[in-house]
Design a protein around this ligand. Structure first.
Ligand code: NDP
Ligand code: 8X3
Length: 251
């Protein structure tokens, strides 16, 4: 029987590519995000390959998260795989110049949002004795870079939550692991730079960045290992990258 997968942030980038890859393999999909039109388009695209439903919520709104999960049709309720992917950077500023609105957004979405989505799903996984959670961290959760301050803090928190979840859920046989990408060419920089497309494009110029499909492929590999294999913490960078913010643009 095909497994049921919930992907947050399925309307763009890594989440969208993961949805496409999983649909090809016949996983049942719950696609989440705020931009309903994009989720509807993706559902139409993938529905000939597998069963798809969508949930619209802002991960910051715990009540909306809970109501959305409760509204799932019966055949999608037993979520077996959770891909905690929704998140973004907001701004790139020295700490003395950063905006508290950006700080709130990153901590509320990347950290608290991940917790709000995870807890009810974890309870279902414990009840059903079946679960695998993939947390999308970042190289920014392993190393800090100038002006990355609060985004890096949010991803360091994801790193800690990933480890803590794995410990707490170990007794329940639930697999927990993180995929920590370096630079991936998505809408990430467009969001970080508040719609400034020229500035966003510069981030991926002069080298070959990872593509969202590269990460989708790794997520798919991770969830298709035999049950006794748990990929706990994986870091992946473009070949041109040596660390957070260290990119060889002449490669
Ligand atoms: P995108 O901007 O392309 O996608 C972000 C996704 O998150 C969108 O689908 C968006 O959906 C969703 N999202 C953002 N805010 C919220 C919210 N408040 N509530 C619900 N959903 C939300 O970026 P990526 O695909 O690159 O990012 C995905 C993950 O990968 C993030 O966690 C990011 O930190 C991480 N990452 C990205 C890297 C990169 O270089 N691109 C590198 C390392 C990690 P919608 O707007 O429809 O709600
Ligand atoms: C995204 C990668 O280096 O832009 O998490 O923070 S980075």
């Amino acid at each position: 029987m095909s497994k049921t997968v919930l992907i947050t942030g399925a309307s763009s980038g890594i989440g969208l590519a993961t949805a496409r890859q999983f649909a090809k393999e016949g996983f049942k999909l719950i696609l989440c995000g705020r931009r309903q039109e994009r989720l509807d388009d993706l559902k139409s695209e993938l529905s000939s390959q597998t069963k798809v439903t969508t949930l619209n919520f802002d991960v910051r709104d715990q009540q909306a998260v809970n109501e959305a999960l409760e509204s799932l049709p019966t055949e999608f309720k037993a979520i077996q795989i959770l891909i905690n992917n929704a998140g973004n950077a907001h701004g790139l500023d020295y700490i003395q110049e950063g905006s508290s609105t950006d700080w709130d957004a990153m901590l509320d979405i990347n950290v608290k949002g991940l917790l709000y989505v995870s807890q009810p799903i974890i309870r279902t996984m414990i009840k059903n004795n079946d679960g695998h959670i993939i947390n999308i961290g970042s190289t920014a959760g392993k190393e800090v870079y100038p002006k990355g301050n609060v985004y890096c803090a949010s991803k360091h928190a994801v790193d800690a939550i990933n480890k803590g979840m794995r410990m707490d859920l170990n007794a329940h046989g639930i697999r927990v692991g993180a995929i920590n990408p370096g630079m991936v060419e998505t809408e990430f920089s467009k969001v970080r730079f508040k719609g400034d497309e020229d500035r966003a494009e510069q981030v991926y110029k002069g080298y070959k960045a990872l593509q969202p499909e590269d990460i989708a492929d790794i997520i798919h590999f991770t969830v298709t290992r035999p049950y006794h294999v748990n990929i706990a913490d994986l870091v992946v960078m473009p070949t041109a990258q040596a660390g957070s913010g260290m990119i060889n643009k002449s490669s």
